[in-house]
Design a protein around this ligand. Structure first.
Ligand SMILES: NC(=O)c1ccc[n+]([C@@H]2O[C@H](COP(=O)([O-])OP(=O)(O)OC[C@H]3O[C@@H](n4cnc5c(N)ncnc54)[C@H](OP(=O)(O)O)[C@@H]3O)[C@@H](O)[C@H]2O)c1
Length: 337
């Protein structure tokens, strides 16, 4: 029987999510990988308990996390039922719908039919009455954006989610989505984009709105939670010498995981150089990669994955040094450009 640490709120940093009333931990935990039927249940419990004991209140899921799709929500639900129910009001649980879940025309993308059915399934799998944040997981070019956003609004009004979010929408799509949600009275709480030192697309200016995703989020007062902040492990010291057999690449996982092809000699050279800067700062490369994201005040939270509680500890310890000198930032830019 798990009892949460009495010191769980002593050292985590909490950031306001955009201009909302919600505070999120600077580091959140995602369950895209490591929570499927190929993973060890005791290991999952250890990761979740360590997270909460160290002040991570936000756990991020989606309908399709596994494998198989849905399994991560089932496993989270088991852990929730056994040990976390008493802490429900201290937790921010999110889920999403957008990617393929079931056959036929209603099992993916952005229709009202799919989003609402999928969330009902997610709630059942997790055994929770509501999620805190529900996301449109990807922009649907074939469904009117009004329909997708109205479905999010309806979901919030029905009490099945407390807040609405969007994921991987570009700057133009984000601007339009935010305007519709504002008009409906359910402001967009948060955007979840991929963002790391190795993937900086949300800094780039969109040709139509002449702004970056980060600019739009800053102006609109929408929070930002960066996914794959460690480039799935490339921004850690794990691949610097070899590909460990128990790593995401070594295990040969599918479902969007990085593979051997992503580990080019050039990338490893970059990581080695970045690792030297991190060591000089008294940090691991993972810690520096997290700190580098959090230096931008528009980034509310960094959404890490972890295959062990030890990795999570290492990542949370990034909070001990979040500042960069101008010289360090220049040196990092020279490596990345
Ligand atoms: N909205 C979307 O479309 C979307 C898409 C993808 C992800 N996400 C969300 O973002 C979350 C995080 O994504 P991600 O798992 O790709 O994030 P990540 O933090 O970039 O990668 C996590 C992986 O890096 C390795 N790692 C983590 N900490 C480490 C450390 N301190 N030292 C060495 N290795 C370390 C582990 O890999 P090993 O397994 O090799 O140990 C871990 O599984 C997901 O769980 C999900 O919630 C959202």
């Amino acid at each position: 029987m798990y009892t949460a640490s009495s010191t769980r709120y002593d050292s985590m940093k909490y950031n306001r999510c955009g201009k909302s009333g919600l505070l999120l931990p600077a580091i959140s935990l995602g369950m895209w990988h490591n929570f499927g039927n190929v993973d060890d249940f005791t290991g999952m419990q250890k990761i979740i308990f360590r997270a909460f004991d160290r002040g991570i209140t936000h756990f991020d899921l989606a309908n399709n996390y596994g494998p198989p799709a849905g399994e991560a929500e089932i496993n989270f639900g088991k852990i929730f039922k056994q040990d976390l129910q008493a802490y429900r009001d201290e937790l921010i649980i999110s889920s999403k719908a957008g990617y393929y879940m079931w056959p036929g025309p209603y099992g993916e993308w952005g229709s009202r039919k799919y989003l609402i059915s999928s969330l009902d399934q997610s709630l059942k799998r997790m055994g929770v009455e509501y999620v805190d944040i529900f996301y449109s997981h990807r922009f649907d070019p074939n469904t009117p954006l009004e329909e997708t956003m109205t479905a999010l609004d309806q979901i919030v009004r029905s009490g099945k989610a407390l807040y609405a979010g969007i994921s991987s929408y570009d700057a133009e799509q984000t601007t339009k989505a935010a305007a519709i949600l504002n008009s409906l009275g359910t402001p967009c709480l948060i955007h979840q984009p991929r963002y790391s030192m190795y993937d900086r697309w949300i800094e780039q200016t969109n040709a139509v709105v002449k702004k970056s995703v980060l600019d739009v989020l800053g102006e609109e007062g929408i929070g930002c939670i960066a996914f794959s902040p460690l480039a799935q492990g490339l921004l850690t010291d794990k691949y610097l010498k070899e590909i460990p057999a128990d790593s995401r690449v070594g295990r040969g996982l599918s479902n969007g995981a990085i593979s051997q092809n992503d580990i080019s000699p050039a990338k490893i050279e970059w990581s080695k150089k970045l690792n030297e800067i991190a060591l000089r700062r008294g940090q691991s490369l993972a810690q520096m990669a997290i700190a580098w994201l959090l230096k931008d005040e528009r980034v509310t939270s960094v959404l890490v994955g972890a295959s062990s509680a030890g990795q999570l500890d290492n990542n949370i310890d990034a909070l001990a040094n979040l500042s960069f000198s101008a010289d360090e930032l220049k040196e990092i830019e020279l490596i990345l450009n």
